[in-house]
Design a protein around this ligand. Structure first.
Ligand SMILES: Cc1cc2nc3c(=O)[nH]c(=O)nc-3n(C[C@H](O)[C@H](O)[C@H](O)COP(=O)(O)OP(=O)(O)OC[C@H]3O[C@@H](n4cnc5c(N)ncnc54)[C@H](O)[C@@H]3O)c2cc1C
Length: 402
């Protein structure tokens, strides 16, 4: 019998398992894959995520993995370019884009070091329930193919956007926003790029450094272009760069050497799911997923790990009922993420609405607003603050006065 069973051992699951174990709880963490294991992601980590890794004692291990720090950002929309970087946050003056094959293993190792019992190659198929329907544990197949049952006070689904746990408990979807775009990306050597995120008309291209001298190079377009793009991925990606950021296209064509295959995905819809009930909770993409255009998924998974740990710990210590603690967890998650969710789904259309176009055009000449913008990309200035009507109005007034 465990205090908590966590299903899914990547950005959401491993940290919550680690943090609960550090608070003295008995935790089982299972994943159907074995680590190191890659997954589809462009793996940009905001400074806010790195700050959590530092707080958890894992940042030094990450910086030792030969991943190039990001210290300079160029973001553009239809040729209006701004360049800069967020002010240091608690002395942290870089962001990073570590490969998931590295990051997720590092997080899992953190959980193991905290005393979490880990079972890899363990696929959850069903949930055990008490007579009143309260979830009491998991049923799964272990690495040998044997059917195994394990019981716990709480089962946490951290099993991603196709969450089996969420489906088994029938977690409702809410605030669903249909996906608007797709992505293709690969890894290139020979490029000396820092962070670029360049928006055109219904298209985006981007790139940033990662491990081993490689640069992630990516293009995003609206879903209606998917079949055409897919018919010639390399040509389509290079055409997107030529259309949106010609100087990067030239560098890519002249110096870039592709070192890996192309990875692509039509984005799944954006959503929230009810994330708690009797004996269960959801975290990470299982409970809340949005378009990757703002690169927030991992930062949010880390934030939720702290938030969920805090609330589950209160309940396991007997300080308050579990359902009350989990209700507050969901409420805070939704409140804190609402601004970013709305901004992300808007950007995900790859077609800035007029008010964003106007705001964007006001940024190049406004140092304070630019610093706020880069702070938002760093995850330390909430988008609800940067995009608050009074803040936007003051930026527009300053622009009108120039
Ligand atoms: C194309 C793309 C690009 C992205 N780029 C970025 C980015 O640049 N920055 C960023 O922050 N975010 C990005 N994201 C989002 C980010 O990848 C996700 O938010 C993040 O991976 C969510 O982590 P998670 O742990 O909740 O789920 P996942 O990473 O999906 O992990 C879920 C785990 O659960 C396991 N699992 C599933 N079902 C079972 C089962 N039945 N039994 C046992 N185990 C199970 C899986 O094997 C998996 O290991 C991107 C997403 C996509 C699709």
């Amino acid at each position: 019998m465990y205090d908590v069973i966590v299903v899914g051992a990547r950005c959401a699951g491993s940290p919550v398992a680690m943090l609960l174990a550090r608070r003295g709880h008995r935790v089982l963490l299972v994943d159907r894959v074995s680590f190191p294991s890659d997954t589809i992601s462009t793996h940009y980590l905001q400074q806010a995520a790195l700050l959590r890794l530092r707080e958890w004692g894992l940042l030094d291990a990450l910086t030792a993995t030969n991943c190039r720090p990001i210290t300079d950002m160029t973001v553009s929309h239809l040729g209006v370019v701004i360049r800069g970087f967020a002010d240091p946050v608690d002395g942290l003056a870089f962001s990073m884009a570590p490969r998931r094959i590295v990051l997720d293993k590092l997080l899992l190792d953190g959980a193991v070091a905290a005393g979490v019992e880990v079972r890899e190659g363990f696929s959850v198929r069903d949930l055990i329930r008490h007579d009143d329907g309260t979830v009491a544990g998991i049923v799964g197949r272990d690495a040998t193919g044997a059917v195994v049952e394990e019981r716990a006070t709480l089962v946490v689904g951290a099993d991603g956007r196709n969450s089996v746990v969420a489906d088994l408990v029938g977690a409702d979807f809410y605030k669903v926003v249909p996906a608007a775009s797709f992505i293709y990306y690969s890894y290139f050597s020979g490029l000396d790029w820092q962070f670029h995120s360049r928006f055109g008309d219904h298209e985006q291209c981007a790139g940033w450094p990662t491990h081993d001298g490689l640069t992630l190079v990516t293009a995003m377009r609206n879903l209606e272009d998917f079949e055409e793009f897919r018919a010639d991925i390399d040509g389509s990606l290079r055409r997107t760069f030529r259309s949106v950021a010609p100087e990067l296209a030239e560098d890519l064509d002249s110096h870039g050497v592709q070192e890996d295959r192309y990875y692509g995905i039509r984005y799944p819809d954006n959503y929230y799911r009810t994330s708690y009930g009797p004996g269960w909770a959801l975290t990470g993409d299982a409970g809340y997923h949005k378009d990757p255009v703002t690169g927030l998924g991992i930062t949010d998974a880390f934030r939720c790990a702290d938030l969920l740990t805090e609330h589950v710990d209160q309940a396991l210590r007997g300080d308050r009922p579990m359902d009350e603690a989990l209700a507050e967890y969901q409420r805070l998650r939704d409140e804190e993420s609402a601004g970013a969710f709305n901004f992300t789904t808007t950007l995900g259309e790859l077609n800035f609405p007029p008010h964003l176009v106007a705001l964007w055009r006001a940024l190049p000449n406004n140092e304070t607003a630019r610093a706020q913008f880069f702070g938002m990309i760093a995850g330390v200035v909430p988008s609800s603050v940067f995009l608050a009507p009074e803040n936007v109005e003051s930026i527009m007034l300053a622009a009108a006065a120039v």
